[in-house]
Every structure is written in structure tokens, then in C-alpha cells.
Design a protein. Structure first.
Length: 323
């Protein structure tokens, strides 16, 4: 029988189970430039995977900011809303977008509601003395919402759009609050000094900030936060030019780093596990595709039958060349 020399042998057998004998380390995430936009910062995603990005954040206290749409079908860029004052993070809720304006003055520190699909923008929470360089907003599903103040490290709680707000939790560490997200009864708050804080919104410990317990890696400058459909938390490290993954067990690992990431800020995940990252250092939105899924391995008698078949064909296996 002629010997078959293959670097990779993949056979479908035993009710369609596929096994690969390809050697080498598993492939990692793949980064690519998704779109070029000026000074991107916050990101949001709709059900059709259109990406919304806040831009022109460098114009402090000037109405030069925009919310731009990156179409999922062809990455075409269009303007959804304009004349915003230093728009920061964006949060989708009830079919619309909510963008925090870090306008530098009490009149321009507010939360704007941007209607979808038309883009009409109106004040949701007007400027008041409680908002001090606000950056992000999160909704808890019970009608309450929470705004992070970068200027004084307070999380401000509102029970409705007509509420004047309450200084709810002052996060330890001083100034440096960034993104805030809500999941399963808990708020997660990024702090630029290297800590992600958790704040229960109800039950025991409600309104108390505690550092998220993680192992395996430290994150120097967490800014953007997002959860994927599996419940893993992804964090942008702005000063480190990286994205970290924190599993549901608290294990932290470096997920992506290096070019093209440059001062990453906002981050969002789609249902397929792709990440989109605002990259203000290079005026881009970066797409990070997840690693390919490993091929299931045969076990027990099925694995033995497979190796016997390979030996009979004279194919190189992971255990060496067949005799």
C-alpha cells in the first residue's frame, strides 16, 4: 500500500465525529481594522450588529461630537447624531442609545438620549451639580440607572429621568472612574488605577463597592468593560494597549495586545463572540475575532480505533510514523 504523507490528517468517522491530528498551539484571537473614525471613544451594538461610536471627544466643551454608525453589512460610516458636547461612553437601553456628555461645565454634563433609527437627540438627564465629569451610564432593568463621575469618583443613582439624583457610592481610589456595566444584580465599574469594582444593586451589600477578585493577571489601566454571551468580562487596558478577559471564575488573562491596538477605550461584544474596540490612539475601531473552536477529540475505544486506522493507512500521527 502506498504510504500517505500528510501534515494534517482529519477523518470523519463514527457518526460524523471529526478529529484532527494537527500539532501546534491553538490559534489566538485575530485583530483587524474594522473602520476609521476620528477620535472614537464609546461603542454600542444593536440587534443587527451595527456599531455605534462616539467621536470627536477631543473638543472639550465644544459641540463637535457625533454618534456615528458603522453598518454591519459593508462597514459604511454615517452620522446618526451631531452637535454633541464631548460624548463619552454609549449604552443601549429600550431600543435607543444613551450617551454621556462630559462637557466640562454643569450645563453640558448630562446624559443624552439618541433615538433609533432616526438619531433625534434630547436631554435625558440635564446638567446638575451632582454630575462632575461624567463618563458612562448603566441601567439595571428595574428602572434605575447609574452614572460614573470621573471628577469625584461618585456613582450617581437615578430612579427616573425626572429624578435629581443621589450620590450613591463613592468608589475608593480617588478620581479615575471610567466605564460602568450591569449584569445579574451587580454593577461593574472600571477605575483607572487598576481595579474593577463591583456594587450590588439590591440585597445584602447593596450600595457597597468591593474590588473584583481576579487571579492570573493584573490590569494597569482598565477603562472599557463588556460581557460576552457566556458571561466572561472583557476589559480594555488603555495605557497597556491591550484587552484582557476575566472568566466567570475570576481568572484573568491577556486576550489581545500590540498593534493595531492603541490606547483602547470602549469595547462591546456581539453574539458570535467578536469584540469591537474603540482605538482613539489610531482613530480606528478594531475588530477582534475569537479563536477558532478546537475540533472535538475522540476518547476511549473510539480514539484507539482511529489510531489503528491511521496506522493501517501509514499516516503520520501525533505518536510518530506508523510502522
Amino acid at each position: 500500500m502506498k504510504r500517505i504523507g500528510l501534515a494534517v490528517a482529519a477523518l470523519t468517522l463514527l457518526a460524523g465525529t471529526t478529529v484532527s491530528t494537527q500539532a501546534g498551539a491553538p490559534a489566538g484571537p485575530t485583530m483587524s481594522i474594522y473602520a476609521s473614525v476620528p477620535s472614537p471613544y464609546g461603542l454600542a451594538l444593536d440587534a443587527a450588529n451595527n456599531v455605534y461610536v462616539s467621536t470627536n471627544v477631543q473638543f472639550i466643551n465644544q459641540p463637535g461630537g457625533k454618534i456615528q454608525t458603522i453598518a454591519a453589512s459593508n462597514q459604511a460610516i454615517s452620522t446618526l447624531a451631531s452637535n454633541l458636547v464631548t460624548p463619552a461612553f454609549i449604552t443601549p437601553n429600550a431600543g435607543n442609545l444613551f450617551v454621556v456628555q462630559d462637557g466640562g461645565t454643569s450645563a453640558n454634563n448630562n446624559v443624552m438620549q439618541v433615538m433609533l433609527p432616526g438619531g433625534a437627540a434630547s436631554s435625558f438627564i440635564g446638567g446638575n451639580a451632582l454630575l462632575n465629569n461624567p463618563l458612562a451610564v448603566a441601567f439595571d432593568g428595574a428602572g434605575n440607572f447609574y452614572v460614573t463621575n470621573d471628577g469625584d469618583s461618585w456613582v450617581i443613582k437615578y430612579t427616573s429621568s425626572s429624578d435629581t439624583g443621589t450620590r450613591w457610592v463613592q468608589v475608593p481610589g480617588g478620581v479615575g472612574l471610567a466605564d460602568i456595566v450591569y449584569r445579574n444584580g451587580t454593577l461593574y465599574v472600571a477605575h483607572a488605577t487598576g481595579t474593577i469594582w463591583t456594587i450590588p444593586t439590591s440585597g445584602p451589600g447593596a450600595g457597597t463597592a468591593s474590588p473584583l477578585s481576579i487571579t492570573g493577571a493584573s490590569i494597569a489601566n482598565p477603562v472599557g468593560l463588556t460581557f460576552d454571551s457566556a458571561g466572561d468580562l472583557f476589559v480594555t487596558d488603555q495605557s497597556g494597549g491591550a484587552v484582557y478577559k476575566i472568566s466567570t471564575s475570576g481568572a484573568a488573562s491577556l486576550y489581545a495586545s500590540g498593534a493595531p491596538l492603541s490606547a483602547p477605550a470602549g469595547i462591546v461584544a456581539d453574539p458570535a463572540g467578536n469584540l469591537y474596540v474603540a482605538n482613539p490612539g489610531d482613530n480606528e475601531v478594531i475588530k477582534i475575532a475569537p479563536p477558532p473552536q478546537p475540533v472535538p477529540a475522540l476518547q476511549g475505544w473510539a480514539a484507539a480505533a482511529f489510531l489503528t486506522l491511521l496506522a493501517g493507512l501509514g499516516i503520520m500521527t501525533m505518536r510518530g510514523r506508523a510502522a
